[in-house]
Design a protein around this ligand. Structure first.
Ligand code: GDP
Ligand code: MG
Length: 360
């Protein structure tokens, strides 16, 4: 595939030629005529910038897809044991096993099963992070673990979490936690969940329920198995070869190393040294570290890594796109920042107009 003319791209994206031309200038491309071919990479970038679904105009088709681990988020009502459950699961993770329990915090961890399969857990529980990411278009989570305390039952945030998962079309696996407590009543929780519209497996539905105790570390293996079964049903696959598309799940500023982003690759392979655009920021990958802090050259699908070399601090949910050159990365970033600023001003003005309207 050699490329396509601007007219064709306009047709496919539904955008005007002028606005596409504007973006082309932003990414450092010059076209003399709307009939001149532009390279497929540039066409992809432009399509991406207008939010059109023309991404991977070429490579996804016919690309070799491989099974990938599920990415799991834990949600549930406050104090029902999300953090405790994540801690308990983390102790069953590769890092905990190999490094004797010493894990640095990177926002995600991987649990490897004896079968060779693995599960990636996002470390930020709660639906705030989940909806923040989703609001930014980041479909990072494949499965939600809904934690419900066996002694407390379904509570407002349990229902919120259910609603979020449903809106995102993400399947739920229920973990009834605190089953060690004498006051635990998992049957009651099941009935509550059913009456809230969750079709549990025991009742002929497709939502698995596992009884656990985060404190006593009971049922964790069952939960992990349930997640793998769910993942298998979903037949999660990703392209491994070719340029990566990834999401930021967490970002922080390190005094010595600068901005650090924990990212999860959705497809393709991220390679150290590549130029990237991260949300409205840009940079060149100076180092990739795995969740044990070990430097690695590559990152494939569903593997959580920490990326060093971004020039500004990105936000959770920002997408990471690999581009050809520093120049292009910089220009895309400038273009995005400009657009963000325009949107901000527009929102500000609209707010002002509304206020002045009520004044009169
Ligand atoms: P979060 O707000 O959902 O993150 O809940 P936490 O993980 O902070 O747990 C809230 C409280 O419940 C803490 O005091 C935990 O020690 C306790 N807790 C969590 N899991 C269990 C469990 O399986 N059994 C018992 N008995 N207590 C638990
Ligand atoms: Mg917590």
């Amino acid at each position: 595939f050699e490329g396509m003319a601007l007219v064709e791209l306009a047709k496919r994206t539904g955008e005007g030629i002028a606005s596409l031309q504007n973006i082309l200038v932003n990414v450092g491309e010059k076209v003399d005529s709307e009939f001149d071919p532009i390279s497929i990479d540039v066409a992809e970038l432009v399509a991406m910038e207008v939010g059109a679904n023309v991404r991977r105009l070429h490579s996804e088709e016919g690309a070799k897809l491989e099974r990938r681990p599920p990415v799991v988020t834990v949600m549930g009502h406050v104090d029902h044991g999300k953090t405790s459950l994540l801690d308990a699961l983390r102790q069953t993770s590769v890092a905990a096993k190999e490094a004797g329990g010493i894990t640095q915090h990177v926002g995600a961890f991987v649990v490897a099963m004896p079968s060779g399969a693995s599960i990636t857990f996002l470390d930020t529980p709660g639906h705030a992070a989940f909806s923040a990411m989703r609001a930014r278009g980041a479909a990072v989570t494949d499965i939600v673990v809904l934690v419900v305390a066996a002694d407390d039952g379904v509570m407002p945030q349990t229902l919120e979490a259910m609603a979020h998962a449903k809106a995102a079309n993400v399947p739920i696996v229920v973990a009834i936690n605190k089953c060690d407590k004498p006051s635990a009543d998992p049957e009651k929780v099941r009935i509550q969940l059913c009456s809230e519209g969750l079709s549990l497996e025991e009742m002929g539905g497709d939502v698995q329920v596992v009884e656990v105790s985060a404190t006593n570390k009971i049922g964790l293996d069952k939960l992990e198995e349930a997640l793998l079964l769910q993942a298998e049903l979903m037949d999660l696959k990703a392209r491994v070869d070719g340029p990566a598309h990834a999401y930021v799940v967490e970002a922080r500023l390190d005094r010595g190393r600068g901005p650090l982003a924990t990212a999860i690759v959705r497809s393709g392979t991220l390679v150290c040294g590549q130029h990237i655009v991260v949300g409205a920021e840009w940079g060149r990958i100076r180092a990739i570290r795995d969740m044990m802090g070990k430097v690695t050259e590559l990152a494939g699908p569903a593997m959580p890594v920490e990326i060093e070399g971004i020039r500004g601090l990105p936000m959770a949910g920002d997408d990471i796109t690999v581009v050809d050159s520093e120049e292009r990365a910089r220009m895309l970033s400038v273009g995005r920042k400009k657009r963000l600023e325009e949107e901000r001003l527009k929102n500000l003005n609209e707010g002002r107009m509304e206020t002045s309207g009520t004044d009169e």
